[in-house]
Write a protein that binds this ligand. Structure first.
Ligand code: OVV
Length: 414
């Protein structure tokens, strides 16, 4: 992927003399099958091209280095979310669904909605879920150990979150098969209107209707995370409609992310058996091993921001109202930040990866994601000596997520 220096064409002469300086330019399409199938060489080329690179195919900026991704995520005043965190600019084209009032919002709206979800998802608040999550993990792994051969995606990475998370939110069993297609729509919609988006949207109508029908107070169990959002209505913090929209955020953000993350964890333990041995010998590594999976094979690859003013990044001038694509997964392997970035090492200090983002929009559900993964890896560590692939894994391409469609595994038990 060639990166060339092009002349800086700036809108309306906003940044003065800097505007005549050159900017790094790339012809890459980060949403093409080639890029999504093997993003790492492309990430390296983008990092080497400069601190910020113009993607001429879409007329947007891209940041692929750790420092710039982190700084942009931290500076929400300059890099806003309310114009959408996908390619589409909500100020120029209508969003495909009513915008999220937390993901696709800025302060002060974001501050109010975030406070409610932060409180509900605090590690201390979700401690009550641990016992149930561990019991379900032990039961599922027990069945898979009996089976010996199974699909790591359908039978584990999908089956587990699809059971424990909707249970925790408090929605009915009926219709849960709509959750994965909805997640596919949501995460593909952050990219361009390409083939992946069109395919995901094929079944949009009934799936969206089912999702929205599960977001009302009447549809929620009295003791779940969903109903806790409605308690904030009773306390005067949210309107009834806003509470429903935040339940929608749970159902949008809480399933596919952990499905892809668990799949990637299994893949890493299969691909790097010595790392699985290290973890089995020392289960206190499990917590860090998950962080290393998130760093090394980020289930969530990218999000966009939109500039709210002209800003200079490493000497390159960006205009106001421009889309900026942030490569979390590339920041995670930036040699400027990490030693041996392309080595999967469960004992390294993996904290500081960008997969949960950072700043005011940093993943509010990360304690739930950790709970799920630790329960599964813990149950596996007790029973599984090693994983073996019985066929080549296949990828499931998505404009935002990275993971597998199938992961045909055989396990050797302890
Ligand atoms: C973090 C995230 C991903 C997808 C959707 C949402 C949030 C939402 O709030 O709808």
């Amino acid at each position: 992927m060639p990166a060339k220096r092009g002349s800086g064409q700036q809108g309306a002469g906003v940044v003065g003399v800097q505007a005549v300086l050159s900017r790094p330019v790339s012809t890459a399409d980060p949403f093409s099958h080639g890029f999504l199938s093997d993003p790492y060489p492309h990430h390296e080329a983008l990092r080497e091209a400069g601190p910020v690179v113009w993607l001429e195919r879409y007329g947007i900026w891209a940041m692929a280095r750790h420092e710039q991704v982190r700084d942009a995520l931290t500076d929400w005043q300059t890099y806003c979310s309310s114009a959408g965190v996908g390619l589409s600019d909500f100020r120029k084209e209508p969003p495909w669904r009513p915008p999220s009032i937390i993901l696709e919002a800025d302060p002060p709206l974001h501050t109010r909605t975030r406070a409610v979800l932060t409180r509900i998802l605090l590690p201390a608040a979700i401690k009550v879920l641990r016992e149930r999550f561990e019991r379900e993990a032990e039961a599922l792994i027990g069945r898979l150990v009996e089976q010996r051969e199974f699909d790591g995606v359908a039978d584990l990475a999908e089956a587990y979150p699809l059971k424990v998370f909707p249970d925790a939110v408090g929605i009915s069993e009926e219709g849960r098969e709509n959750l994965l297609p909805y997640g596919s729509m949501v995460f593909n919609s952050f990219g361009p209107r390409n083939d992946l988006f069109q395919q995901a949207m094929a079944c949009a109508g009934p799936v969206r209707e089912w999702i929205m029908s599960k977001c009302s107070r009447a549809a929620l169990a009295p003791d779940g995370l969903g109903m806790q959002i409605f308690h904030a209505v009773d306390a005067g913090e949210l309107s009834e409609d806003e509470a429903g929209m935040l339940v929608r955020s749970f159902l949008s953000a809480g399933i596919d992310t952990t499905v892809y993350g668990l799949g990637n964890a299994l893949y890493c333990m299969t691909r790097y058996p010595e790392q699985w041995q290290a973890l089995r010998k020392n289960p206190s590594l499990i917590r860090n091993a998950f962080e290393e999976v998130l760093r090394f094979e980020a289930p969530l690859q990218t999000f966009f921001r939109t500039t709210t003013r002209p800003v200079e990044v490493g000497g390159v001038p960006l205009g106001d109202g421009e889309k900026v694509l942030l490569f979390f997964a590339s920041a995670n392997r930036d040699p400027r930040r990490w030693e041996r970035p392309d080595t999967f090492d469960v004992s390294r200090r993996a904290a500081g990866h960008m997969t949960f983002g950072t700043g005011i929009h940093g993943c509010v559900g990360q304690a739930v994601a950790r709970l799920e993964t630790e329960a599964i890896l813990g149950a596996l560590a007790k029973r599984v000596e090693s994983f073996e692939l019985v066929a080549e894994p296949t990828r499931r391409l998505n404009n935002t997520l990275r993971g597998f469609d199938t992961l045909p595994l055989r396990i050797k038990t302890v």
